[in-house]
Unconditional design. Structure first.
Length: 78
């Protein structure tokens, strides 16, 4: 298993989907289920941080009449 903080958003989401799938099947022992749940929670938090950072970057970028960045617009306003 990779270090979560080094994972891309896509890799973390893929692993999170695998964790959820394993937990939903219920075919793993209780202690492994707990460890999977903890890893899933960490993966979810990592994805949320990366998504928030990406949203903040998009929020800062708007294009002026000349096609050059010229200010900020909230993400909801795009």
């Amino acid at each position: 298993m990779s270090e979560i903080q080094d994972m891309s958003f896509e890799d973390a989401m893929k692993e999170l989907e695998q964790v959820v799938s394993q937990l939903e099947r219920g075919e793993v022992p209780l202690d492994k289920s707990i460890a999977l749940y903890e890893r899933g929670a960490a993966l979810k938090a990592h994805c949320a941080r990366l998504l928030k950072a990406a949203e903040e970057r998009v929020e800062k970028i708007t294009l002026g009449e000349n096609g050059q960045p010229s200010g900020t617009t909230p993400v909801e306003g795009l």
